[in-house]
Design a protein around this ligand. Structure first.
Ligand SMILES: Cc1ncc(COP(=O)(O)O)c(C=O)c1O
Length: 927
């Protein structure tokens, strides 16, 4: 895709890591092409040039393949031997076979012997490749033994390495559930590189003495190795170094099963921090024992308890004297009219449809069997203490969490542009809502996210007014629809310094995938909560806090600046870590629609929340939850634990390729502007100073830096493109251009932007197609201009100007009307009271703003108060909520909106607002 890939342009460190699988595939293909050309050349100069190019590519590939089991080191020696002997015809043959084996992934199913280049061996690869092409994707190995690679870290000689590899190979049995090959590395750094660049690695065996330094100088590890001194590391004992390595592997890829082989000093090893090792083997433990232990560990991730139970159940003959005529397909198989359902879906889905909760199945409402297990596995995968499946989407998950934690009149701080399920959740719970404003991105008619200062300021207002004890929860969306990501740890830490038992609900509807990538993971709620809890329990933190507190106490606590300008730390004696996350698993991982999860990391869950949580779950969950959704959540979790790292990595790779083209192709740049970090995050929130992750010279080097430091970062897999320069608005571009002409579906638009979301299913081919379409569109816009008359050009200019310069500023939340404000000094409002007040017709009236009626009332000094939610699409968040005073800015925004869909607003009638009499009566307490 990129012009760089496949050429000789060197990849820089992180660029190398971010694009490793594309680089690997492209370099092998380029090598194959070079060798093909070389065979046809007779000119000596040209041949020399190509031979050099082959050398460069082989050298680059040797580095990459050093961290993969196939091709093996022996295979590589064979390639170099052929190269040195100038047997280019044979080399080309071997490389061709190798490329076919990599594409078809046949090495996962059988041993590929590259020294055999006979026709039979070639046929096998070709047939494999064709079979995979017919299935439309590379081998998934679903019917045979899944394949993985075992990483061994040990300073072995080449011969020893061969012996160990051979020993593990010899243990393979046809009845084993999995098959694996061995990758060996000789140093600490190499182990980390291997797990970063080779997603096939699922288990790691850390053996005897190994040095620290890699023979390669790949600074890809810079972020992970920060603070580790080589000299110090070399001084560490064997056990200490192994333990440090295991904790770093765990931080980068927590799913990898780790085993330690130790040579002595057993007791001291066993008493140190060995929690990341599944098991410790002693030197004399035999390979058979290791082999079975490794297979068992992999199996515990691979198991899908509920999906398995459902499949078992579907095979059992049962008589149905219960609800659900469709169960076992009975009502459709014998139907004269509805048999098409079977034709379309196949029989299995009906065999798996049942309302039974016994006979091997389980009850989602009161799980005791396979659903319980499946949820426990989900908690492990997402780093939660408890996880719960939800079969009605995150819309429901959000309401469950809010109801479980919030009592009527508890104060909740909510970001105003959050999903509507939260606003309705607040109504149901009877919460007093204090809305927080996100920073606006007026140029693109979008909101960013809520700055930490704004949150701290609001908490301080409650503190100063003696209301802090009523503040229960902070609710934020991470990441936002447009991909703005919070610094979750920092937000929690500073808020806990003001209110040490604050509960956090992070709506991660769009962020379930983030757990499976080491750059993203620290910005998830579960990871941040675990890290904070460990931090607050440590002696080092107590010391840090004491020193900080001594300095803080010198400052004036009555001055807001003291709190707003300092980085705050919570008191370890009183702080409680209480975090909840809701995931639309179906949005970013494998799950049927509506499959969501709630993840909990709350120190007080068992004591304070378990019972109300159960009641809240009962309130919102159907008594007939869809088993297919539950099973798909179970499979989705398993897949994420087995290959989430690989899938998310390639999603990022695909998105980076798309961005790279959009940043560099002049035709595309003419009409489409990809929004970079600096477009979506103002400079004051980018402490790293990084404006874009991409640099045309050094590639994708900046992402980790920004993600480690900045208050907000942008998720590069969500690509927002400003299209104002096309003169077409977001909605028309989405429907008339992308969908109707090219069948490209997108979700979100603003007035002048469209959002292209990649996901774990996005292929390189799909990115290629999208780029083709954008190029065709850009050429079309060029043509439109060339062929337009003068007046037509004027119209285009006008449209471009309107979309790029005349954007209505986004309004802030105005305020709740005093009638709905329990405390004059603080901003929270009783949204529930306002919501239900509108149920009585007499309390409301309609006022139009297009004929000036509403404005006249405002000019006469009336507080005009909305009686409903008013939600324009786009942007899709309420500009008015029940009980909110209509402000000039909101009116101006509504007037300037050129969207057709505004929920809660009927143009022929106007806005529904409370009558003054209703407000007066309510203020007197007569609601
Ligand atoms: C931030 C956010 N939260 C929650 C939801 C609701 O999720 P679901 O569709 O799973 O009900 C959405 C849906 O788009 C969302 O964007």
């Amino acid at each position: 895709m990129s012009e760089k890939t496949g050429s000789d342009t060197p990849y820089t460190a992180l660029g190398f890591y971010h694009k490793i699988s594309q680089l690997r595939a492209d370099t092998w293909n380029a090598l194959k092409r070079d060798l093909g050309k070389l065979l046809l050349l007779s000119d000596a100069g040209q041949r020399r040039h190509l031979v050099k190019a082959v050398d460069v590519k082989l050298t680059r590939l040797e580095i990459i393949e050093d961290y993969h089991a196939f091709p093996s080191k022996e295979d590589f020696r064979h390639l170099w031997t052929l190269y040195d002997r100038e047997e280019f015809a044979l080399l080309e043959k071997v490389v061709k076979r190798l490329v076919r084996a990599l594409i078809s992934e046949s090495y996962r199913r059988r041993h590929v012997d590259l020294s055999e280049t006979d026709a039979d061996a070639e046929d096998l690869e070709t047939m494999d490749a064709l079979a995979q092409l017919r299935r439309g994707h590379p081998a998934s190995n679903s019917s045979s033994q899944p394949y993985f690679e075992l990483l061994i870290v040990d300073a072995m000689s080449l011969q020893e390495e061969e012996v160990v590899r051979e020993a593990f190979h010899n243990l393979r049995r046809p009845e084993d559930k999995f098959v694996y090959d061995v990758v060996t590395v000789r140093s600490f750094e190499d182990a980390l590189i291997a797990i970063l660049v080779n997603p096939n690695i699922q288990a790691c065996l850390i053996r005897y003495e190994f040095p620290y330094k890699s023979k390669y100088n790949l600074s890809a590890l810079r972020n992970y190795l920060e603070g580790l001194s080589e000299v110090e590391l070399e001084k560490k004992s064997e056990a200490e170094r192994s333990i440090l390595l295991s904790s770093m592997i765990h931080e980068i890829r927590p799913e990898i099963d780790q085993f330690l082989v130790t040579s002595g000093d057993v007791e001291s090893t066993a008493s140190s921090d060995i929690r990341h090792f599944n098991r410790i083997f002693y030197r004399e433990t035999d390979y058979i024992e290791q082999h079975h232990t490794i297979l068992r560990a992999i199996d515990s991730r691979y198991r899908t308890p509920f999906f398995d139970a459902l499949r078992e159940y579907s095979k059992k003959p049962t008589g149905v004297f219960h609800a659900m005529p469709i169960s076992r397909g009975k009502s459709v198989t014998r139907s004269h009219w509805a048999g098409q359902m079977i034709d379309f879906y196949g029989i299995n889905i009906f065999l798996a449809e049942t309302s039974a909760t016994s006979g091997g199945l389980d009850s989602l409402l009161q799980p005791y069997g396979p659903i319980k297990k499946a949820q426990e596995y989900a908690a492990r995968a997402f780093g939660a203490r408890q996880s719960f499946f939800v079969t009605n989407g995150t819309s429901t998950a959000n309401k469950i969490v809010v109801q479980a934690l919030v009592k009527p009149r508890d104060i909740v701080l909510v970001d105003r542009d959050c999903h509507k399920s939260h606003h309705y959740g607040m109504v149901l719970a009877g919460a007093h809502v204090s809305y927080l404003d996100s920073y606006p991105l007026n140029d693109y008619s979008m909101y960013g996210a809520v700055p930490l200062k704004e949150i701290k300021k609001t908490l301080l207002t409650f503190k100063r007014n003696g209301q802090l004890d009523k503040v229960k929860m902070l609710l934020l969306t991470n990441c936002t629809f447009d991909g703005v990501v919070y610094n979750v740890r920092r937000v929690m830490e500073e808020c806990l310094a003001i209110k040490p038992d604050l509960v956090f609900l992070w709506d991660e509807a769009w962020f379930a995938f983030a757990t499976f990538n080491p750059t993203y993971r620290p910005r998830t709620a579960m990871h941040a909560a675990r890290t904070l809890l460990e931090r607050y329990r440590s002696e080092a933190y107590r010391e840090e806090y004491a020193a900080w507190k001594a300095e803080f106490d010198q400052l004036d606590p009555d001055d807001d600046a003291t709190w707003l300008e300092q980085r705050l730390l919570p008191d370890p004696e009183v702080v409680r870590v209480r975090a909840y996350a809701t995931h639309s698993t179906h949005k970013t991982l494998t799950s049927l629609r509506q499959g969501s999860m709630i993840h909990v990391y709350d120190q007080d869950f068992r004591q304070k929340v378990e019972a109300p949580f159960h009641e809240a779950y009962m309130t919102h969950t159907s008594t007939s939850p869809n088993y297919q959704i539950v099973a798909s959540l179970d499979v989705g979790r398993m897949q994420a634990e087995m290959e989430g790292f690989e899938l998310v990595h390639s999603q990022v790779e695909a998105a980076l390729s798309l961005r790279e083209q959009l940043y560099t192709n002049p035709l595309l740049q003419k009409y489409f502007q990809v929004l970079k970090n600096s477009d979506l995050v103002p400079a004051e929130y980018r402490q790293s100073g990084v404006e874009t992750y991409y640099d045309p010279v050094s590639g994708w080097n900046k992402m980790e830096e920004a993600w480690a430091q900045d208050e907000f970062v942008v998720d590069p897999t969500r690509v927002t493109i400003a299209i104002g320069r096309t003169g077409i608005d977001g909605d028309a571009f989405k429907n008339e251009y992308l969908m109707n002409k090219f069948g490209i579906q997108i979700n979100k638009t603003s007035r002048n932007t469209v959002l292209f979301m990649t996901n774990i299913g996005t292929s390189r081919g799909a990115i290629g197609y999208l780029l083709d379409v954008l190029i065709k569109l850009a050429k079309g816009f060029d043509r439109r201009w060339e062929e337009s008359s003068r007046p037509e050009r004027k119209i285009i200019d006008y449209q471009v100007k309107s979309l790029t310069q005349e954007l209505p500023p986004l309004p802030d939340f105005s305020r709740f009307h005093d009638t709905f404000r329990p405390n004059p000094g603080t901003p929270e409002g009783d949204i529930r009271r306002a919501y239900f007040l509108s149920y009585d017709d007499e309390n409301t009236e309609y006022l139009r703003f297009d004929n000036g009626a509403l404005q006249r009332q405002m000019n006469h000094g009336r507080d005009v108060v909305s009686a409903s939610f008013v939600i324009p699409y786009p942007p899709g968040f309420p500009v008015l909520v029940p009980g909110q005073v209509v402000s000039e800015e909101i009116l101006h925004f509504l007037q300037a909106l050129d969207v057709t869909e505004i929920h809660g607003y009927r143009p022929e009638l106007g806005l529904i607002v409370f009558t003054e009499a209703a407000l007066d009566a309510t203020a007197d307490g007569a609601d």
